[in-house]
Ligand binder design. Structure first.
Ligand code: SAM
Length: 267
């Protein structure tokens, strides 16, 4: 994509990389600019497998949503949902159960522009352009109130996003605020960058310097987000090891260990 179409919201800043568009680059999408591709090229110098890491994350998202459907979850709050790509949450969920409801939340204006086009004809799905660091605002949003019945269990998804919150933004408090607002039997689904190798520590430096966010937390720190909830098997593990649907190699590569994830039930 060479230029920003004139009709787009002027909020779209093409002079610096955005999280959503950089992720689109690693997913080999077309909704990105030169500045985003240059950022990913820098990361690829440290983690050449970065493109595969995005694929592991999307595959985990699909497996996780199918698992939640199997547990009877029919409503999903997908926080930091990203630009529409293949196998989005509503597609995976509504294929399994057409009654599933999904609210996507993202603060990137391009997500709204593309999300509206993709989701225009689906009355059980909505896109909210808002900052997930304000749980009260998200939970009070009209679309959230219309589609999510907080009297019934909810799948709260923070997939590939908590590492973009700094420690002083209280990511754990934000998780707790969302989980406090949903009933027993709800689920928390997280994937997260992990400090699992020297390469991951080098990548963190580049993320923070060039993108401004990207905390590679330890397994213990990631696990602490699930405090108070019942982690389902196999716990917090490298993404390819979470309920794999295909054979996994005995020894994982740096890229396969770059993100960890898990799902837990609210008792
Ligand atoms: N959840 C999707 C997945 O895992 O495939 C997309 C992950 S993408 C790496 C993270 C998304 O979170 C981006 O689209 C970005 O715009 C969004 N995001 C970052 N900070 C946010 C915030 N404070 N509030 C809402 N969305 C945010």
């Amino acid at each position: 994509m060479a230029e920003k179409p004139a009709e787009w919201n002027s909020a779209i800043d093409t002079t610096r990389p955005s999280i959503a568009r950089a992720y689109d680059v690693v997913l080999r999408g077309k909704d990105n600019f030169e500045v985003d591709r240059a950022f990913v090229a820098e990361i690829a110098k440290v983690i050449p497998e970065i493109y595969d890491v995005a694929t592991y994350n999307r595959q985990m998202l699909g497996r996780g949503v199918r698992f939640l459907i199997d547990q009877g979850i029919t409503q999903f709050l997908d926080l930091g949902s990203g630009l529409p790509t293949v196998e989005n949450t509503h597609q995976v969920a509504q294929r399994a159960n057409p009654e599933s409801r999904v609210v996507y939340v993202d603060n990137d204006p391009m997500v709204l522009a593309h999300g509206r086009a993709l989701l225009a004809e689906n009355e059980r799905t909505a896109v909210v352009t808002s900052d997930l660091r304000d749980p009260a605002a998200i939970l009070g949003d009209e679309a959230v109130k219309r589609l999510i019945d907080r009297g019934r269990p909810v799948g709260v998804m923070l997939v590939g996003i908590l590492h973009h919150l700094h420690d002083d933004e209280d990511p754990r408090g934000i998780v707790e605020a969302y989980m406090a607002a949903v009933p027993s039997g709800s689920y928390l689904f997280i994937t997260h960058f992990c400090a699992s190798s020297q390469e991951s520590r080098d990548a963190e430096k580049k993320y923070l310097a060039l993108l401004g966010t990207g905390r590679f937390r330890t397994v213990a720190e990631i696990t602490s987000f699930f405090h108070g909830f019942e982690l389902v098997e196999p716990g917090v593990v490298p993404l390819p090891l979470w309920r794999p649907e295909a054979a996994v190699p005995e020894e994982l590569t740096v890229g396969q260990r770059l993100m960890f994830g898990g799902i837990a039930r609210k008792p």
